[in-house]
Ligand binder design. Structure first.
Ligand SMILES: CC(C)(COP(=O)(O)OP(=O)(O)OC[C@H]1O[C@@H](n2cnc3c(N)ncnc32)[C@H](O)[C@@H]1OP(=O)(O)O)[C@@H](O)C(=O)NCCC(=O)NCCS
Length: 197
């Protein structure tokens, strides 16, 4: 699963040094996509604050990069420290021009694996009832996951009965961390060069 290539882009885990990539991706989402992603209308300020809070110890985010720009993200949170042990929240966003290319499916595959690796057997996804794309994406995982709708919240619920595959994710983490650090050093180097001019 490491650095899967999709239409010239790569998927890797995001680290705190990637926060600006994540924030800028969220800010590029149009009004409807924002509403579908957060199940409500959200402002730029909301997204900026949200992105800044998304790299906690318990959070796992995978991103889809094309030419160094983040065009899609899959988020997992609430595993481990959550009150309801064994459950987690997942969310997905892919920018318009990069949809229907399998990016959402790749991100969801990674999130499901990450959830399993952390012992979560239930994944909640905020999804408006009219969100055909998310329902279609969920359908692709029907052979592997059992889908339901939470009666209280209306959220999509996926149950993941299979065993963990920790090794894949560890290799992936090491490699994506190295890529994120390289990206950070490249940006620092460019900043220093510009300051010297
Ligand atoms: C949901 C979303 C992440 C899907 O991303 P994607 O990269 O287009 O997903 P994929 O290309 O992997 O598509 C997987 C399947 O989902 C279904 N699907 C995707 N978009 C669809 C649409 N607009 N209508 C119907 N089915 C759709 C299809 O079955 C598709 O498989 P196919 O292309 O082989 O037919 C993307 O549409 C998005 O970011 N939407 C806005 C935010 C959102 O709704 N997030 C979900 C709530 S957390």
């Amino acid at each position: 699963m490491e650095h899967a290539l999709i239409h010239g882009g790569v998927v890797r885990r995001l680290w705190p040094s990637d926060m600006h990539h994540f924030r800028d991706h969220l800010l590029r989402l149009d009004t409807q996509s924002r509403q579908e992603r957060f199940a409500m209308v959200v402002s730029d300020d909301f997204l900026t604050n949200y992105a800044e809070r998304c790299f906690g110890i318990d959070d796992v985010i995978f991103g889809y990069f094309v030419d160094g720009v983040l065009r899609g993200a899959g988020e997992l949170r609430g595993v481990g420290l959550g009150l309801d042990a064994g459950s987690a929240e997942a969310a997905f966003s892919v920018e318009h021009d990069w949809r229907r290319r399998g990016v959402g499916s790749e991100l969801m595959g990674r999130i499901v694996q990450a959830a399993r690796n952390r012992g979560a057997d239930t994944l909640y996804m905020s999804c408006l009832a009219r969100n055909r794309a998310m329902q279609g994406l969920a359908k692709k995982f029907e052979a592997d996951l059992q889908f339901d709708t939470d009666e209280l919240t209306g959220r999509l619920v996926a149950r993941t009965p299979s065993a963990a595959q920790l090794w894949n994710e560890w290799i992936d983490d090491a490699s994506s961390y190295a890529t994120a650090m390289l990206d950070l050093h490249t940006r620092e180097f460019a900043m220093q060069r510009n300051m010297r001019r």
